[in-house]
Design a binder for this molecule. Structure first.
Ligand code: ATP
Ligand code: MG
Length: 339
């Protein structure tokens, strides 16, 4: 049973990624599971090449420092040749309509359209904006299908927002297999175990995100202890002064209690009773987060300083991932008549 999960270097790894994904990957991952840094997916909107490169390296180091076996990790772009070939074959298996109906494409291209100035040239704002987005915003689910099918993954644990893309991978695998011959494992989208969604400390209405424009309320796993303490102390609370666990009406305090429970154990509602004031609670949250992230931060820094070791891990991961998938690319090319 192979499960495949990825993380996109769209920003520095944040506490929500750690608690909701990476920590779990390290603790629960099966011996055949695979984890990758999906740097090619961070190029569907304007991006900075140097920044992308350094974020991808950093994320690889974070994955290993979190405790994921180095044999199980790789960086997507190290497989660019295999993935490029497979993506093309799969684009020739996918219809335009199937790609265009992806909700993520509709939402992201619409968001982009909204930011483009009004009409002109016979195009209204919307179609003009859509015409201006990178073609890869439309086609990246096919690259995602290639990520999954190349590795022969059986299961892809994804949140609701990525479910449709795994369904597309499933459709394409089936269609290819029945049209040209059996090459691909048909993957299944599974729901990752439910965990608390970490909210932004400054804006508890939205989830913490590594690509947020404003990072005042985002705790990054590589933040120094005093930065973490500062961000936690400034966390928005919701009036009142005595902690109570009420996610609906007091999302800021509930978020702090959820974070404390996730880092130090315990039940968030019961923890609320242990702290007489917001200040005392915030100090406890800061301490717990600092201790939770300390080994990850120290391990990541050590790996980033040991360039040769990180390079060795990266190269070995790439070789393994290519070995696992190369025969599928060759078979698929042969079957479509391209080799
Ligand atoms: P982006 O802003 O680029 O979408 P992100 O921080 O939302 O970045 P993703 O790459 O979308 O991170 O997700 C990586 C993993 O981290 C996923 O498994 C996702 O469910 C998990 N994750 C992301 N944010 C949170 C959060 N705030 N709380 C819990 N889990 C999270
Ligand atoms: Mg996200």
């Amino acid at each position: 049973m192979v499960q495949l999960s990825g993380i996109t270097p769209s920003g520095h790894v944040q506490l929500g990624n750690h608690l909701g994904a990476l920590r779990r990957w390290a603790a629960d991952g099966g011996p055949d599971d695979l984890y990758f840094v999906s740097d090619l997916h961070a190029m569907t909107t304007a991006h900075n090449p140097a920044k992308l490169r350094s974020l991808a390296t950093e994320q690889l180091a974070v994955l290993v420092a979190t405790g994921i076996a180095p044999e199980r990790v790789f960086v997507q772009s190290d497989l660019a040749r295999e993935l490029g070939a497979l993506t093309w074959v799969l684009e020739c298996t996918c219809s335009y309509g199937e790609a265009a109906r992806m909700i993520q494409f509709k939402e992201k291209s619409a968001a982009r359209s909204a930011s483009v100035e009004g009409g002109g040239g016979g195009m209204d704002g919307k179609s003009k904006g859509q015409a201006g987005v990178r073609l890869s915003l439309l086609t990246y689910p096919v690259l995602m299908a290639a990520d999954i099918l190349l590795q022969g993954a059986d299961e892809v644990p994804v949140g609701e927002d990525q479910r449709q893309h795994v369904e597309l991978a499933r459709t394409l695998a089936r269609r290819f297999n029945s049209t040209y011959g059996e090459v691909f494992t048909v993957p299944e989208a599974t729901l990752p175990p439910a965990g608390a969604r970490v909210k932004d400390l400054a804006e508890p209405a939205r989830k913490m995100s590594k690509s947020a424009n404003d990072s005042a309320g985002v705790v990054f796993v590589l933040d120094e202890p005093d930065q973490i303490r500062r961000k936690v102390r400034r966390a928005r609370t919701d009036g009142g002064s005595v902690p109570a666990y009420d996610p609906e009406n007091r999302p800021g305090i509930a978020n702090l209690l959820d974070i404390l429970a996730a880092c130090a154990g315990g039940d968030p509602a019961e923890l609320a009773d242990e702290y007489p004031s917001y200040g005392v609670l915030k100090d406890a949250v800061a301490d717990a987060v600092i201790e939770e992230l300390r080994p990850v931060r120290e391990g990541t820094r050590a790996l980033l300083d040991d360039v040769a070791e990180l390079e060795r891990v990266r190269k070995a991961g790439a070789e393994r991932a290519i070995d696992r998938g190369a025969h599928r690319v060759s078979a698929a090319l042969r079957m479509v008549g391209a080799a």
